[in-house]
Design a binder for this molecule. Sequence first.
Ligand code: CMC
Length: 430
Amino acid sequence: MADKKTANLMIGDAEVGLPILTPTAGPDVVDIRKLYGQVGVFTYDPGFTSTASCDSTITYIDGDEGELWYRGYPIEQLAEKSHYLEVCYLLLYGELPDAEQLTDFENRVTSHTMVHEQMHNFFRGFRRDAHPMATMVGVVGAMSAFYHDSTDITDPWQREVASIRLIAKLPTIAAMAYKYSIGQPFVYPQNELDYATNFLHMCFSVPAEKYTVDPALAKAMDRIFTLHADHEQNASTSTVRLAGSSGANPFACIAAGIACLWGPAHGGANQASLEMLRQIGSVENIPEYIARAKDKEDPFRLMGFGHRVYKNFDPRAKVMKESADEVLDLLGVHDNPTLQVAKELEKIAREDDYFVSKKLYPNVDFYSGIILEAMGFPTSMFTPIFALSRTVGWIAQWKEMISDPQIKIGRPRQLYVGADKRDYVDLDNR
Ligand code: CMC
């Protein structure tokens, strides 16, 4: 990243030269850090549509080309050739591991998969019908009450232990939230199983019967984890960074990320998307829903469509669509009505001028629900699965921020448009 040229901005009679920074890839960035100090004005950018909040070496998105790289590696290659724990290593440490590093990392994660036994009682305080995301926000936030020895963010060793604990325990916590919601006993992790197989085993096995996870389904699960692992400065990642900038402990920061992810405009879209496909029901009903999505008076949106950054096909959706076909084939599900509606909806939307002109393409959430449903997950588990996959991305971004010597508390300013200064009026005179 080098200073290339300067942007000159006139504010009244004052001229200010703002350095232009050139990234490895992507558009140039005007550095406005000294703007307020020099000329006393702020910039205004609600929703951060034109604002880079940090520099980062982790993930890059080219929204026009529909490209996503983790540490420079294209997502398609990682989805095909790598696996989730290797991707976690890559995101956390910047390079692909050699065989010894990978084994060591896998052992470190595996040795932390169990949760403190007292946490089982903590789960039992929730209503059985609580949404698993509600339970996860609470339980992950409460991890700082169980793992005091890894909350000192000034200690690199504690930061590392907290990171490994979060990656290792999130599948256990997500599976426990699911088991609790259906009234089944918690299933302890089995450390001889790989990460994805272990998660499926904790979700679908019961003590009364032997349960073997289909390796092909475990592979599809692992790919879903990989596709969701990081996505640069999205809403939940920015939430984690903002929470972390105050010095909050990592468990509290990740809980904040989970809370943000839950919203239907973000990670909650995978649940909303499948529910929408079910509601559409059959291909004949698609035109009605397309018309509603285009109607400005109707708040309905096509869930799983559109993205702030991608103005082209979301590369994760492409892989997810292929995976959906593979998984349904494997399970012998032919003529799946939801998949038929999804494919037809995509086809119609991609020919419709409204969607074409606004560059609205299917995103990662459009096809993931079809795979998860076929695996046996209820829709309420879709966003928890997104959360457990994204935990590594949140941690990698949080660690990058904490170790940046320039770290400052995140503190946006505002354009105040409220009442001007005025005197208090006594109750009798109002
Ligand atoms: N259906 C119909 N119209 C849409 C949609 C949609 N899904 N998405 C955007 N638009 C329209 C929107 O009405 C607006 O039209 P106009 O310019 O005439 O006012 C235009 O496209 C731009 O939309 P925006 O809301 O200003 O764009 P944004 O960048 O602020 O929002 C988004 C991005 C993802 C929140 C939005 O596309 C959306 O709500 N999509 C549905 C929810 C969804 O699938 N979210 C998952 C995103 S990917 C995974 C993740 O982030 O977790």
